[in-house]
Design a protein around this ligand. Structure first.
Ligand code: ZN
Length: 331
């Protein structure tokens, strides 16, 4: 029979063992690539952040409720923010909660620092469904922010003639910021920002293989296709303004090392080559030995729907709002 000597040191071993096992799981869970490109991870770190408690509640709390089933597999989840966005949505949406938190956080990253700005009393509302590529798809979302004193909104809608459905607020303004003069015009979503992960030095644009990649400024192509295993087809540009550009995971290079390029020229097609798990363009900027955030280098713009397009959007937006509000009876 096992007799623990001197109190209960075996308990300590059990705890240490458990802690070690958890650490191992966390280490193994990390992306192995320096340019780890999984869809959900980009803002997962932000979603893990802690909410600061605040003393006054301005909204009626949401009663805990099972997700509401809608056609086509869509579900409605509503919850009061508890501790962090990730924990909130884990509690409210079960095993898909982490993926949902990452997709949700990406929508509002432009307005809110989800590491710092969550407050007790904030509320999330989202229409979503699981996606075959293990990424959650969000149809509509609201965030009631006590810090901002307002409700952020994102309604997914595809404008006529546009290649992708993207997110708009209820006034028809594009939720996601766009880089003016950026290296890609036709993309679905920015799936990684520089600030998401310190190990990842670029911005990622989700775009189908074969999308045109443009020179962000005039300059010279300095090299192509170095370190193919990691970068795939790739291109380095020395811009005349002193910045260095790296474009990775290309399907095809359209210019050779040594070529002069002019702003807006098509220089490559985006792809999914090298260490990349989904079609996207990786865009990296350097000045000297410093990494430059493309959000600082480029002017930013938001799209704005107008006229008949805005009217068509409002029809869909009101439909989605009615879906989201239809479950208010749960409160
Ligand atoms: Zn990247």
């Amino acid at each position: 029979m096992f007799n623990p000597p001197l109190g209960k040191p075996w308990l300590l071993y059990v705890l240490l063992g458990t802690s070690l096992a958890l650490n191992l799981v966390m280490v193994l869970d990390r992306p192995s690539s320096p340019d780890g490109e999984t869809e959900a991870e980009a803002v997962a770190a932000a979603a893990e952040a802690t909410a600061e408690p605040a003393p006054v509640a301005s909204l009626a709390p949401v009663a805990p409720a099972a997700p509401v089933a809608l056609p086509d597999g869509w579900q409605i989840t509503k919850a009061d923010v508890d501790h962090s966005l990730a924990r909130t949505l884990q509690n409210a949406a079960g095993e898909q909660g982490d993926a949902l938190a990452a997709a949700y956080a990406r929508l509002f990253v432009w307005e809110l620092d989800l590491r710092r700005d969550l407050q007790k009393g904030d509320q999330v509302e989202v229409i979503w469904r699981p996606h075959p590529e293990s990424v959650v798809e969000v149809l509509a979302a609201r965030y009631h922010s006590r810090k901002l004193g307002t409700t952020l909104e994102a309604w997914k809608w595809q404008a006529p003639g546009e290649p992708f459905a993207v997110y708009w607020d209820s006034t028809g303004r594009g939720v996601e910021r766009r880089l003016m003069g950026g290296p890609i015009q036709r993309y679905e979503q920015i799936t990684a920002l520089l600030k998401d992960r310190p190990t990842h030095k670029g911005m990622d644009f989700k775009a189908p293989v074969g999308t045109e990649v443009l020179a962000p400024a005039s300059g010279t192509v300095t090299r192509t296709n170095w370190n193919w295993t990691a970068n795939g087809n790739c291109m380095e540009l020395q811009l005349d303004d002193g910045h260095l550009v790296k474009l990775l995971h290309l399907a095809e290079n359209k210019v050779e090392a040594g070529s002069r390029i002019t702003k807006g020229q098509v220089i490559a097609l985006s792809g999914n080559t090298g260490r990349s798990t989904a079609p996207h363009l990786h865009y990296e900027l350097h000045k000297g030995d410093k990494v430059v955030d493309p959000l600082d280098y480029h002017k930013l713009e938001q799209q704005q729907l107008t006229g008949a397009t805005l009217e068509a959007f409002k029809v869909e937006q009101l439909r989605l709002a009615a879906m989201l509000d239809g479950s208010l009876a749960l409160r």
